[in-house]
Design a protein around this ligand. Structure first.
Ligand code: AMP
Length: 282
């Protein structure tokens, strides 16, 4: 497996792949890989002629009070998992190679980036959109794979790719969960045993909401209230029922909705969501 540290080296390899008509699948991550990342890598490797993983803990998407320094870094096990999943090249630039000291160009995605996580983490999506643009410019992918775990991030990336004619197909992959329902996350490493039990309230609340919607409840306020009741022991950041594509709040569940939650649990800020389409009711 090849490892590239600069955009120039990464791009030279990608140009060579493209010159041989090989289609490139790309999985951008911040490392500390788990089963969620693994599923993205496996599908990227299966659906394309070659697959690239990036590992980069992106400083511009963390606020000064957030966990940039504490974020887990597990290079050896990441590389082993990537190799097992069929990844051919890893792009792992140093922050100094990504951001010149006078770096001053950012990608701002409006609308879809403003609510939910964008409201409580104001610089987050600017950092994400900018780094994904830079990663795309280095890796030159045909398809890029993102997780529904970060559903708003997927909406932001899709909007950016459409608005800026980036020509990369964005594939949104299902959430991979632990056996007890907890959505896999690199930040789960911060949880104590007690926190972990509390963290289960997110998925439990979402699954209860899903059952309510399946039983025919269409009032978003009622769904939100039920989720808040289950998550009451936690420090809730948001509970939102929004249009799955635009991220705008809905009152009636009459189209595909994203039901998304965020809460602080011990040292970790956890997010989770489900999508629900009323037509799917039988
Ligand atoms: P991260 O390293 O947390 O930035 O995540 C890298 C990619 O993996 C993003 O597209 C995430 O949405 C995706 N991802 C993270 N956790 C999961 C999960 N539990 N299931 C599926 N995809 C995930």
């Amino acid at each position: 497996m090849k490892v590239f540290r600069t955009a120039e080296d990464m791009r030279a390899w990608s140009y060579a792949q493209r010159a041989q008509d090989r289609r490139i699948g790309f999985v951008p991550t911040m490392g500390a890989l788990h089963g969620g990342h693994e599923s993205l890598m496996q599908v990227a490797a299966a659906e394309n002629d070659t697959a690239v993983l990036s590992i980069f803990v992106n400083p511009t998407q963390f606020a000064p009070h957030e966990d940039f320094d504490a974020y887990p870094r597990t290079w050896e096990t990441d590389i082993a998992m990537a190799e097992g999943a069929g990844i051919e090249a890893v792009y792992a630039p140093k922050a100094s190679a990504m951001y010149a000291s006078d770096f001053s160009t950012y990608v701002l995605v409006g609308d879809v980036s403003e609510g939910l996580c964008g409201a409580s983490r104001p610089h987050f999506f600017r950092g994400v959109a900018t780094v994904v643009t830079k990663l795309f410019n280095a890796v030159l992918p045909d398809k890029a794979y993102f997780g529904q775990k970060d559903a708003q991030q997927c909406a932001v990336i899709k909007r950016m790719v459409r608005d800026l004619d980036m020509g990369v197909e964005i594939v949104e992959m299902p959430i991979v969960r632990e056996a007890d329902g907890l959505a896999m996350s690199s930040r789960n490493k911060y949880l104590t045993e007690r926190d972990r039990q509390q963290g289960l309230l997110l998925s439990r609340a979402l699954f209860a909401a899903e059952a309510q919607m399946k039983s025919g409840i269409r009032d978003a306020g009622e769904i939100g209230a039920g989720i808040r009741a289950i998550m009451a022991p936690l420090a809730i950041d948001y509970v939102a029922v929004v249009d799955g594509a635009t991220m705008e709040a809905v009152e009636k569940i009459d189209r595909e909705v994203l039901v998304a939650v965020a809460a602080q649990v011990g040292a970790a800020r956890l997010i989770d969501n489900i999508k629900f389409k009323p037509e799917a009711v039988v």
